[in-house]
Design a protein around this ligand. Structure first.
Ligand SMILES: Nc1ncnc2c1ncn2[C@@H]1O[C@H](COP(=O)(O)OP(=O)(O)OP(=O)(O)O)[C@@H](O)[C@H]1O
Length: 820
């Protein structure tokens, strides 16, 4: 029992121990669980925090991205809008609310045209632009009404953003619906499809764009022949380059890079050139805008003709306050005047070659001379170009009439700048006289001096340019008050630039007339001259400032026959005593006037001999056609040397001198001809002179017999006399004049003359140089270096040391022409 008891006790013991252990294990497990639970809570909490933080970070990042995206998108949209504005300026892109036709910028090609807007995300809508003129044909698909609205808008933008007349609008309208009628198109009906295609296939002048709307109907598609289909395909391929643009709905067009396809559903369009962007179409334009543009397209009244500028009565206007006269009309038919007068005294006219300056001047002169009679207006016309544009105003071989207001016309003056200077000197004298008289200027006609291609005169840094600029400046500054007006015209932009370098000269030229493409006539930011079409001009009264432009359409004044009839009428009305104008034609050689020829008069030994007869050498380049003379008195040095190799001119100078001396009184002539090329001329001279004997190489000598009358030795090619005769020649040159024996001799060069004179030029008091350069004349000239002189044909430099400070350019007379 005890054993059992012991066993029970032992078991109890073991159980107690096991229970204890289990309890301990349980306690440990409990504690581990508590620990784990704690950790789990911690992890949970950390996870929640982390999640929160992540969410916040994500929010922040998203906000940031969104913000940046919005900024970027706005910036891009801004750029796009800027680009769009540049690509579709003015009427090409403005919304209808602000829409008006606009003048295209000069030199630019047409831009894109707006059809609606593109919206994406929150950015403001962008204009949707598509190409047309110079870029594309359009092929449209969708509901007909929406398409027609779209086409109306496009046509309006194309017409409104180009110049009137630049776009020729043609509508093929087989159902004769009068589509787009408010834009005034040319219609082609169902029967005209074939000939329209034919016309478009061969259109190749780029005068105007042809914008052709083809409204296809089923019949057109069905009935189109294979040839017509080929023509349409050809137009689609080549039309854009030739300025032919199709806008097609209801017909197929082949695929080609120049064909832009637009598909419309519910006023939303997809355009090939805009990719996947959707276009919300603009509403159709208000009908009033279409009417305005159609009016603008319609040409106004036809431009005025020259005859339309004539006043109701000839010479009925007074020039008291000015000489306003119309030169053309504006597009509404109103005449436009050039308001020349006290306030706007001088005019500057410019335009490149062929832009119509001459035509403008003709028109203006026609308008002036029919309004203001010779008592009100005196014209001085100078043309420095080649071509005698003013010769129509002076008597010619076929028409003896002249324009009574013209006092002087200079044509082909280019090389004879001396003549321009002479005219300015004359006007300067006139200004002085008018200023000095202080009389009412009304009793003198207003002077208008037209100088075409005037920069020629101011070209070159020489004495002529300096003096001419000084005179022009004086006339520009003070002439207006005295009724002297300058009209300067040129094609030469460099010449104008040079003029702008002389602000005091140019400032009084507030009146400007710019012909198409003229540069430097208007202010730099005044682009009017570059946008006007041919046969138009801009008249500007504020020195070319933008805002003071008046565009004028110019009539055609080119027809000489039309003008001649008017001139005849004016000529017949000329007052008594009205003198024929002086014509200076630099291309014509003046004849020796008969007054300076002896006309067979035999000198009378008893007649008085003038103390210093004057030998006529040639015509002076001056306002009046006067001869240049060398006086041959009884003083030392009164001999004349003609120097140069141009035999004809040398002979003419000598013959004119001899004949004019013979015409003045009794004289005896010894002709010494040592030059074969001069024989003919010498012989004719001998024949015409009343008393002359003739020597050649066989009997030449320089010891003439004494005579009661002056004796003139006319020597041709004197260097040929040779050294043997030199002492006698020198003695004659030195002592002859005091005995009234004068030598008028021709030497081929200065060096030959020097040889004959042994380097002592004193006995040669006067000379005429032909083709001899200024520097070579130095020994015969008081100032070092010789005169400034570049030889030119039929011009000679004349210097007489007893009267000249500087030499004078003369035109040797033609003495013996073969038509005498
Ligand atoms: N308004 C016009 N209507 C018709 N024809 C015109 C008109 N203006 C000019 N023309 C013609 O254009 C041509 C050139 O004109 P014009 O001779 O007047 O030019 P320009 O500027 O004087 O040229 P350049 O400087 O070369 O002398 C001429 O044949 C002229 O008849």
């Amino acid at each position: 029992m005890s054993h059992r008891n012991a066993l029970v006790a032992a078991v109890r013991q073991e159980l107690a121990e096991a229970r204890g252990t289990a309890r301990a294990v349980l306690a440990a497990a409990e504690s581990a669980r508590g620990e784990a639970q704690h950790r789990r809570r911690l992890v949970r909490e950390a996870y929640a925090t982390c999640l929160n933080q992540l969410a916040a970070a994500r929010e922040a990042a998203r906000d940031d991205i969104q913000q940046r995206y919005r900024g970027e998108a706005t910036r891009l949209a801004g750029h796009l809008r800027g680009l769009a504005t540049m690509s579709a300026t003015g009427a090409a892109g403005a919304p209808w609310r602000f829409w008006a036709p606009s003048e295209p910028d000069p030199g630019t090609t047409p831009g894109l045209l707006r059809i609606g807007t593109i919206t994406f995300d929150e950015t403001a809508a962008l204009p949707a632009l598509i190409p047309l003129l110079d870029r594309a044909h359009l092929h449209l698909t969708g509901p007909a009404t929406t398409l027609d609205e779209l086409i109306t808008g496009l046509l309006l933008r194309a017409l409104g953003s180009t110049r009137p007349g630049d776009v020729d609008l043609i509508v093929y309208d087989p159902e004769s619906r009068g589509a787009f009628g408010q834009l005034g198109p040319r219609y082609v009906g169902a029967g005209g499809f074939g000939s329209l295609l034919e016309e478009l296939c061969h259109a190749d002048d780029h005068e105007a764009w042809r914008l052709v709307v083809l409204l296809g109907d089923r019949a057109t598609g069905d009935e189109m022949t294979r040839a017509q289909r080929a023509q349409l395909d050809r137009i689609a391929r080549t039309g854009v380059d030739r300025g032919v643009h199709l806008v097609v709905r209801g017909l197929d067009l082949p695929d080609h890079p120049s064909v832009e396809r637009i598909v419309v559903h519910d006023r939303v369009a997809a355009c090939a050139s805009l990719g996947r962007l959707e276009v919300q179409l603009d509403p159709p334009p208000p009908a009033a805008l279409c009417r305005d543009v159609a009016d603008r397209q319609r040409p106004g009244p036809p431009p005025a003709r020259l005859a339309d500028l004539e006043p109701a009565r000839l010479w009925d206007e007074s020039a008291r306050y000015g000489l306003p006269a119309p030169i053309g009309d504006s597009t509404d038919g109103a005449l436009v005047e050039i308001p020349l007068g006290d306030d706007l005294p001088h005019v500057l006219i410019g335009g490149p070659s062929g832009s119509g300056k001459t035509n403008l001047i003709y028109t203006w002169l026609g308008s002036l001379t029919t309004r203001y009679g010779p008592g009100e207006l005196a014209l001085y016309l100078l043309d420095f170009k080649e071509g005698g544009s003013f010769s129509r105003y002076v008597p010619g071989p076929r028409d003896p009439s002249w324009l009574p207001q013209v006092r002087l016309a200079g044509v082909n003056v280019r090389n004879d700048r001396e003549f321009g200077l002479a005219v300015l000197r004359h006007l300067g004298e006139e200004l002085r006289a008018r200023t000095a008289r202080r009389a009412d200027p009304d009793d003198r006609p207003r002077v208008v001096a037209v100088l075409d291609e005037f920069p020629v005169l101011l070209d070159g840094r020489d004495a002529i340019a300096d003096e001419a600029a000084g005179l022009l400046e004086d006339l520009a500054r003070r002439g207006g008050d005295q009724g002297i007006h300058l009209v300067l015209a040129t094609r030469d932009a460099d010449g104008l630039r040079a003029l702008q370098g002389r602000p005091t000269l140019i400032a009084p030229f507030t009146l400007r007339i710019a012909l198409p493409k003229a540069s430097r006539i208007l202010a730099d930011d005044n682009l009017a001259a570059s946008v006007i079409p041919a046969r138009h001009a801009v008249v500007n009264t504020e020195s070319g400032l933008a805002g003071a432009n008046r565009v004028v359409r110019l009539p055609d004044a080119g027809d000489p026959a039309g003008w001649r009839a008017t001139q005849r009428r004016l000529w017949r009305s000329r007052p008594l005593g009205c003198e024929e104008p002086r014509l200076f034609d630099a291309d014509a050689v003046p004849r020796l006037p008969s007054a300076y020829r002896p006309s067979g008069r035999v000198p009378d030994a008893g007649a008085p001999v003038g103390s210093s007869p004057g030998a006529v050498l040639g015509e002076r380049i001056d306002v009046s056609a006067r001869p240049a003379r060398v006086r041959l008195g009884r003083m030392p040095g009164r001999n004349l040397a003609v120097i140069g190799a141009r035999a004809d001119e040398a002979c003419d100078v000598l013959a004119a001198a001899a004949l004019s001396l013979a015409a003045q009184g009794p004289a005896y002539f010894s002709i010494i001809c040592l030059e074969a090329s001069a024989e003919r001329s010498a012989a004719r001279l001998v024949a015409e002179l009343p008393a002359a004997d003739w020597y050649d190489a066989s009997d030449v000598h320089f010891d003439p017999a004494a005579s009661d009358v002056p004796r003139y030795l006319i020597g041709y090619g004197l260097e040929a006399a040779g050294p043997r005769h030199r002492p006698a020649l020198r003695a004659l040159l030195e002592t002859g004049p005091s005995r009234r024996v004068h030598m008028l001799g021709w030497w081929r060069s200065v060096s030959r003359l020097r040889d004959d004179l042994a380097g002592r030029f004193d006995p040669i008091g006067a000379w005429v140089a032909l083709d001899v350069h200024g520097a070579d004349l130095a020994p015969l000239y008081p100032q070092p270096g010789g005169p400034l002189w570049r030889p030119r044909p039929r011009r000679a430099l004349f210097f007489d040391r007893s009267v000249h400070r500087t030499p004078e350019v003369i035109i040797p007379y033609e003495v013996n022409s073969d038509h005498t």
